[in-house]
Design a protein around this ligand. Structure first.
Ligand SMILES: [Zn+2]
Length: 234
């Protein structure tokens, strides 16, 4: 099927921005020229520019804010995990990506991360994020939804010690892709009070193994933890 003129115009804007990012002409925090300026630069309609910017937003590459304040306009951000998470979530919803497979992939990446974290060159302070999250989850007043959010951040904080940005991002997005399932599981079941104690215990064990740089133990515990959660949640 031949591509429409507006599709080509749209692609030209995307290619130009990609090239500018690659060459460093555009960096994080930079602002894109306004809609009218871009339309003139490419000789295309403002509608095509808007379409291109909307796709960049969905990809997590820019954020647009309306108005005329200092934060208005279209700014280059980089938020790959929310964009990937959003896309994965749609494909999980359509059942093209089975939940069970997402969970398996998550286990694979997480055990890999904790094994590698054991020999990666991080220092004590880098553990502080995970430690703070671990302590925050001890609060009995937390709702299940807030607990599971902190839980997700805890896993990302520990895995990021392995020092692989792609793996951390993929993990974060896979967690985002199944967040509906997790929220439903923890709010619709009457067993949360018992569950939360086990989750805290698991987290402490995983944290201590990582702190002690025992990669084998940390990987085994995180595997058991994720398995246990899905067995009790589904
Ligand atoms: Zn957890």
């Amino acid at each position: 099927m031949p591509q429409s003129a507006s599709g080509r115009a749209h692609d030209a804007v995307l290619r130009h921005i990609e090239e500018s990012l690659r060459s460093g002409k555009l960096r994080l925090g930079d602002r894109l020229p306004g809609e009218r300026a871009l339309a003139e630069q490419f000789g295309i309609s403002r509608g095509s520019v808007r379409g291109a910017i909307r796709s960049l937003e969905v990809m997590g590459v820019v954020r647009s804010a309306t108005g005329s304040g200092p934060n208005s306009g279209t700014v280059i951000v980089s938020d790959p995990s929310s964009a990937l998470g959003g896309a994965l979530r749609m494909h999980v919803a359509s059942h093209r990506l089975p939940l069970k497979d997402v969970v398996e992939a998550r286990i694979m990446m997480e055990t890999w991360s904790l094994e590698h974290a054991a020999v990666a060159p991080w220092d004590e302070e880098q553990l502080d994020d995970a430690r703070r999250l671990l302590e925050a989850m001890d609060d009995d007043a937390l709702s299940p939804e807030v607990f599971t959010l902190l839980d997700a951040q805890f896993h990302v904080a520990l895995s990021s010690l392995a020092g692989n940005a792609v793996v951390s991002t993929m993990m974060d997005s896979m967690r985002g892709a199944i967040s509906e399932f997790i929220d439903e599981a923890v709010t619709s079941r009457g067993t949360w009070d018992q569950m939360v104690h086990v989750l805290r215990e698991h987290h402490r064990g995983i944290f201590e193994a990582v702190e002690a740089r025992d990669g084998e133990l940390a990987a085994r515990l995180v595997h058991e933890h994720i398995d246990w959660f899905y067995r009790h949640a589904s």
